[in-house]
Design a protein around this ligand. Structure first.
Ligand code: AP5
Ligand code: ZN
Length: 216
């Protein structure tokens, strides 16, 4: 079974998806991370995606569906994955339903994280990400022990290019226009859970574990 994190940029999808992946021993599949890796590789697709991501818009559905399809074919995905940042458009949600139906797979849970915009902007402006292992930090809420260095692997922490105030506003608007319609798309399914993103990371995680029904 596959798990989906749905919610605005900065709501805490990546933070919670990394933890759930560890708990459930399933791969964490972040389309944002995959796109950023492809930008780093300097390949054609990556370079085109970089410009789109820096503007805060969404990368084209065809590219996204293709990378997800390829990812699901890898052996470690056979028991399910934790999706983070996918699907993000109605087209992607349809494509996922078709893909899962073709393989006899199901969605185990849609975890819709919800948080005020004001709180979101505060979280995104202080975010730092490990350049080596991808661990997520915040300069105030989740600071590393040693300034600028990852607690887990010692890698250097970086600010994402799209965590600038103007781009954050654009991403929130794009979320409302293109991704928020997915709430209605999933709302009436038994797998759908609305989870408050407020409070400490541990508190949010307890709510998720309860919704999913695994032992935390
Ligand atoms: P992507 O990488 O998916 O970014 P996003 O959706 O904007 O989400 P974020 O990573 O910004 O936030 P998050 O919810 O994961 O929050 P986090 O846990 O880091 O996408 C980037 C771009 O790629 C898109 O704009 C688009 O161009 C493209 N893209 C990706 N997928 C696509 C798709 N499917 N289709 C089309 N285009 C696609 O937390 C944020 C901060 O808050 C951190 O500092 C964290 O430490 C802190 N924090 C987390 N939880 C808490 C808490 N409980 N209390 C206090 N602080 C907290
Ligand atoms: Zn690290």
């Amino acid at each position: 079974k596959h798990f989906i994190f749905l919610g605005a940029p900065g709501v805490g999808k990546g933070t919670q998806a990394q933890r759930l992946a560890q708990l459930m021993d399933l791969p964490h599949v972040s389309t944002g991370d995959m796109l950023r890796a492809s930008v780093q590789s300097g390949r054609e697709t990556g370079l085109r995606a970089a410009a789109v991501m820096e503007s805060g818009a969404l990368v084209g559905d065809e590219i996204i569906v293709r990378i997800v399809e390829e990812r699901l074919l890898l052996e470690d995905a056979s028991d399910g994955v934790i999706f983070d940042g996918f699907p993000r458009t109605i087209h992607q949600a349809h494509a996922l339903d078709n893909l899962l139906a073709a393989h006899g797979d199901e969605i185990g849970a849609v975890l819709h994280l919800d948080l005020d915009d004001e709180e979101i902007v505060g979280r995104l402006s202080g975010r730092r990400v490990c350049s080596k292992c991808g661990a997520i930090y915040h300069i105030r809420y989740h600071a590393p022990t040693v300034y600028g260095l990852c607690d887990i692997c010692g890698g250097g922490l970086q600010q994402r290019d799209d965590d600038q105030p103007a781009v954050i506003r654009k991403r929130l608007a794009v979320y409302q226009a293109e991704t928020a319609p997915l709430i209605a798309y999933y709302h009436d399914r038994p797998a759908y859970h609305l989870v408050s993103g407020e409070g400490e990371v541990d508190d949010v995680f307890s709510r998720i574990v309860k919704a999913v029904g695994v032992a935390g």
